[in-house]
Structures are given as C-alpha cells and as structure tokens.
Write a protein that binds this ligand. Structure first.
Ligand SMILES: CC(=O)N[C@@H](C)C(=O)N[C@@H](C)C(=O)O
Length: 667
C-alpha cells in the first residue's frame, strides 16, 4: 500500500532511524568532544556504536571510528594529542586502538585474546592500563573415556563450584578472573600486573608519578558470598605489590586520584544490609588516611566522580527527583549544582541517567535532551548551554511527539507527595480524556523522569496517555523514601501507584473506564501485584516479572543479593515473607486479562518466572498469552529495534483487544 502523505506520528519503524549520544569526552583544552553515537541499523537490526568528534566552537562533526564493527570508550591522552578507544574494527575480539589527532592515523595497539575494558592513560601518556578476563580452569570431577582419533564427541561436562556462574547478558559464565594489564601507548608488549583468583575491577586510576594504579575489588576469601563488598587497592606497577587503602564493611569503588596526587576520591557506603543506600563521595589522603564523606548532607546517590584540574573539587553526577544533575563538590564539602537535565542512552523506558566529562577550565560536556528526543551532546560553560549535536532533528523534526507533563499527587496511604510524568497522545486537546496506560519502572530502586522513551511514545501515538510514576522505593528522593519498601516490596507502593492514576483521572486526562497497566522487571512485579489486588484495569501486560521470590532468589544471577538485602533471610528460613510478597500468592484473585512477556535469555528475572505466571493464569482460566523475545537478555529486552517495536505493538494489540470491549465482556 502506498503512503498518501508523510507519517507525522512516531512509529515502530522509526526505531531504526534513532540516534543517541553517549559517553561524551571533552578534550583537556575544551576544544572538542569525542562521543559515542549509537544508531539504529535496519539491515543488522542493532544499535551500532561509532565514535565522533564535535568541535565545541563550530559544532562541526568528524568521524573517528565509524566503519564496520563497534567502537566505544574514547579516552583522551593527558595532553590531548591522542585518543584511545576500544573497537572491533578488524573483526573478532575488541582491541585497543589509538588515534594520533594531528595526523589522523589510527593504529591497533593490542592483539588480545579477550575483550579489554576500563582503559586508562598513564599521566605521562606513555602507557595504557586496561582490565581483561583471564580464563581459569573449570572445576573438574571425573572424566569421560578417551575419544578415538577423529571421533566427534559432545562437549565435556560443565562442572561449576562458583556462586556467580551466570550473568544477565552473558549467560553461563566462562570461569576466570579480571586482571589488570599495561601496554605501551605507541605499541609493544602488554604486561600483566595483577594475579590470583580474585576480580581486579575497573575503573583504573594512575597516580601522577605513574608508579601505581588504583583499582577496586574484594580480595578476601568470602568474596563470592558478599556481592556488595569492595575495597580500594593500590597496585605497584613495577613490583605488582598490592596495598589496601580502605577497610570497612561496605563497598568502596571507583577510585580516582587527584591530578596533584594528594587525594583519592571514591564512591561507597556502610553496608547495613538495607535494600537501598545512598552511594556517597569519599576522599582521603593519597595513602588512604584521613577518610571522610563529602556528600553526606546531599541525601542523594552519587553516580560518577571526576576531579577538577586544580584538585580542589570533584564533579559528580547524581539523580534528584527523576532528573540527573552534575554538582561541583569542594574538598570542604560545599556542593554547587552546575548542570541539569542530563539524559541517558537507554531508549525504551524513561529511566534517569546520563554522562558527562570536564575540561581543564571546568567546561562540561553532558548528554542531554528533552523528553521528546534521545540525548544529544550539550556544552555547559557556567550558565551558558549550547547544544552541539542534533542527531534526531532529521527524523523527529517533522513528527508530532507526545508531550510530557510533570504531575504530583498525595499518596492515599500516608499523604506523601508522589511524582510522575504523563505522556499525552500527540495532538492532545485540553479537556480531552484518553485511555491510560500505567507503565511501572523496575529496580525497584531506580527512577523514571522526563526522559525520552520509545515505549511511551509508541503507546501515545496509538492514542493512550502514559503515566510513569516514582512510587515509594524510587531513587532520587533520598534514603528514607527509598527504604520505605525495605523488606516490604511489593507493598504500599501499590497505593502510591493507584493514587497517581486517580490523580490523572481527577485532573481530567484519563478515562476511568479505560485503564491499562504494564511494567518491566520490578515493574512486572508491581503489574502482577496490581491485578492480584484490583480489577480496575481492563488489561495488563507484565514484562520480565519476578513472580515467586523463592525461585528468584535461587535461579537469578543475583541470588545472594536478593536473599540478604531484599529479605534478610533465606527462603526456607522465612517462607512466609517470600510467599506473601510473591505475586503468585495472589494469582487466584486475578480476573484481568494479563499478557506475560520475557526475554528468552533473561538471567536476572529468569524465563521460568514468567512461565510460572503464565501457567498459573491458564490454570485459573484468566485470558493470557506468553511472549518470549528470542535471544533477549533482561537488560537487552529492547536491544534489537525490531523486537522493541514488536514488543510495544504486541502490548498495544493486547490492550486494544480490551480497550473498547463492552463491559459485559470484561465481566
Ligand atoms: C537489581 C535489578 O536488576 N533488579 C531487577 C529485578 C529490575 O527491576 N531491573 C530494572 C532496572 C529493569 O527495568 O530491568
């Protein structure tokens, strides 16, 4: 069928044309920003990563690595003359490349058997440190008979004694440990610096004299059973001797040495085995003495820390009321917000996020954009903001997108203010009511905000208003609000969600007879919880949910964390709590037609969670359908544009089936 005019609404096919900016790295002199551009590719059905350079004066763009393969992690040499990055340009395993900016020549520096990560220039620009997994031996037990020559036998048995033997996005893990290496920056032989059966984690930070590299890890025998623990260590580049710089019960991670070498900044908290803790910015003297917290008064979690060039302050990003901001934190602890409105690279749902870097003079490069478009690169100099890229103007400039409005309601449970964002159908006319989709975030310790979301825009283009709520438990409102669901999730967050729905009905935006609900992961938990508690919704779609906390605590890739931090007991020690907080315990109440959807390779909330719910709904005679997204992990449910568009389409088709159904069909 021939189109008779331009398509003014956002469509599933548009996902292939979206582009989003990530990982902006401003050059030390502030003249250029290297960034990762992720672009939909209709022929491979993927988002491809390329590296581009944008001039901060002219906004002119130059490709740095945009040919075949994936290219990411651009990092400037300390003098700004070279750019290191990781790339699969030559096929096979990703490698470290360096580009000489003046000549434009790029060379592959390494020939590594496994993918490198956490690349970090030495302060004199002569070496690059990186981390890489060194495979270990599988635990052996018994043996197969000897194979005759030429025989083709099945793979040997896979024997494991590891706690972390699976990970979302990776499947069953190859045994081995992350080690730290260093390679000359103009080519040569890489040298392994760390050894032993422990993970030596990035990011890596050199001391200014180039003699040591700081990293984090848990180098204690019990590391497998304590998923949160971590300390900062100093690794001597010559002798490989390791010196611990921190020692407390709780994570100490992301060390960064100040440019003058006098201080170390890092992130961490005291572990109280609570579901949520604010991650705090710490500093100490260079030997780990004189440790103190700089952001205790902020009551927000710190995501990233970068020293100012004069070593007097640390720039940090943090989430506040669903928005990501950058603040300058002085060594005396004064905190000044210097940039707002950051946006992350995730496209399907409106999660908070975003990244930034700082030039020598304090100019910031941030990822930012309105709620109706994916993130671009924005330059922030004092109170001046300048958008350097316009990656989606060509696609979205002539489309009518769903407008996003901030809402606030008092919870009927205890009167607390509950913030949310309402995406209205394009062309909304004041006073018009729409069918409403309540779309619930996961985590549960995470936050939605005024950020671009393909799911919400597709639902809005189909005529639905979409409500993204931050119920109790959401991050970016402080420790007390987040921990209102400690050992009590799902629970009173239900009332916050219902209050937000009633708020948009009272405000005249939503048709009270046309309510729908969906959400993923923790949002899938709450979707299933809602239909177990009320029949107000015409239809539901629970995505990658936890349905049974006992199986989740034993089969997911975060078993010890779920048991120790979200329950405080093992399933057989407190089966009552595990069962009463499981949506499966309420399945006998469900009458709402409920679609169940999960990634076929989800290791976080495994496929068996969704399958249990689907079968329980079938046994109860509730209208349902099970959708598996082939090859999709938990984090990658929307990684392939075709699947992301088809997922939204399936949910809309399910809701449309019940949208205009007469009430007697619903009963
Ligand atoms: C900690 C964690 O992974 N929780 C999951 C159960 C979850 O809810 N994830 C969210 C962030 C998602 O939307 O996938």
């Amino acid at each position: 069928i021939q189109a008779t005019g331009p398509e003014r609404h956002f469509t599933g096919a548009d996902l292939f044309s979206l582009e989003v900016a990530a990982d902006p790295q401003i050059s030390p002199d502030g003249s250029q920003v290297a960034y990762v551009r992720r672009s939909g590719d209709i022929m491979t059905d993927q988002f491809r990563s390329t590296i581009w350079l944008v001039d901060t004066r002219s906004s002119e763009q130059t490709p740095i690595a945009a040919g075949p393969g994936g290219h990411f992690s651009p990092r400037w040499s300390p003098d700004g003359s070279r750019l290191a990055y990781i790339s699969s340009a030559e096929g096979g395993t990703t490698q470290i490349f360096v580009r000489w900016m003046e000549s434009g020549e790029a060379v592959r520096l390494t020939n590594l058997p496994y993918a490198p990560g956490s690349i970090a220039w030495s302060p004199d620009g002569t070496r690059i440190a990186y981390s890489m997994l060194i495979p270990g031996e599988s635990a052996g037990l018994g043996s197969a008979p000897d194979a005759p020559e030429g025989a083709e036998w099945a793979d040997p048995l896979d024997v494991t004694t590891a706690v972390g033997y699976r990970a979302d996005g990776q499947g069953y893990l190859r045994p081995g440990f992350n080690q730290i290496f260093v390679v000359p920056a103009d080519g040569g032989t890489a040298r392994q610096l760390s050894f032993g059966d422990y993970h030596h984690g990035g990011p890596l930070s050199w001391t200014p004299d180039g003699r040591a590299i700081l990293f984090s890890g848990d180098l204690t025998p019990d590391w497998e059973m304590d998923p949160v623990e971590g300390e900062i260590y100093s690794l001597d580049v010559t002798t490989s001797a390791i010196t611990p710089l921190t020692d407390r019960n709780g994570p100490d991670v992301n060390p960064v040495v100040s440019p003058d070498g006098r201080h170390i900044a890092w992130l961490g908290f005291d572990d109280q085995r609570r579901g949520y803790e604010n991650v705090l910015l710490h500093v100490s003297d260079s030997d780990g003495s004189n440790q103190r917290v700089l952001t205790g008064a902020l009551d927000r979690s710190i995501n990233t820390a970068i020293w100012s060039a004069n070593s007097r302050a640390v720039y940090v990003s943090y989430d506040d009321h669903g928005q990501t901001k950058v603040a300058r934190v002085s060594l005396s602890g004064s905190i000044t917000t210097v940039a707002e409105g950051l946006n992350g690279a995730s496209l399907d749902r409106p999660y908070s996020g975003g990244s930034f870097s700082v030039a020598r003079d304090g100019t910031l490069a941030i990822t930012s954009g309105p709620a109706t478009s994916p993130a671009d690169i924005v330059l922030v100099r004092g109170s001046n903001r300048r958008q350097l890229t316009h990656l989606n103007d060509d696609l979205l400039g002539h489309k009518v997108m769903g407008e996003v409005r901030r809402m606030e309601t008092a919870s009927t449970f205890d009167g607390r203010p509950i913030e949310s964002w309402l995406t209205l159908p394009p062309g909304h006319v004041e006073g018009q009511r729409h069918p409403l989709i309540l779309e619930i975030h996961g985590g549960p310790f995470a936050a939605y905000g005024p950020h671009f979301s393909t799911d919400n825009q597709l639902y809005a283009a189909a005529g639905y208003a979409v409500l993204s709520v931050n119920p109790r438990g959401s991050t970016s409102y402080g420790t007390e609000f987040a921990n209102l669901i400690h050992h009590a999730y799902p629970g009173n967050d239900y009332h916050d969600l219902m209050s937000a729905v009633d708020g948009v009905i009272a405000a005249g935006f939503a048709d009270p007879d046309q309510l729908f609900v969906t959400g993923g992961s923790g949002g899938g938990v709450l979707t299933s919880w809602i239909v177990g508690n009320t029949n107000r919704f015409r239809a539901a779609a629970t995505q990658k949910p936890v349905i049974n906390w006992t199986t989740q605590a034993l089969i997911s890739d975060i078993p010890v964390f779920v048991a120790n931090y979200w329950f405080g007991a093992l399933p057989w020690e407190d089966q009552q709590s595990y069962w009463s907080r499981s949506p499966l315990s309420l399945v006998g109440n469900v009458e709402t037609p409920t679609l169940v959807l999960v990634g076929g390779e989800d290791e976080r909330t495994p496929v068996s969670e969704a399958e249990q719910y689907y079968m329980a709904l079938r046994m109860e005679g509730v209208p349902t359908t099970l959708i598996r997204v082939p090859g999709a992990s938990h984090g990658g449910l929307a990684a392939r544009p075709s699947q992301s568009a088809a997922k939204a389409s399936a949910i809309l088709a399910w809701f449309d089936r019940y949208r205009n159904a007469p009430n007697d069909i619903m009963e």
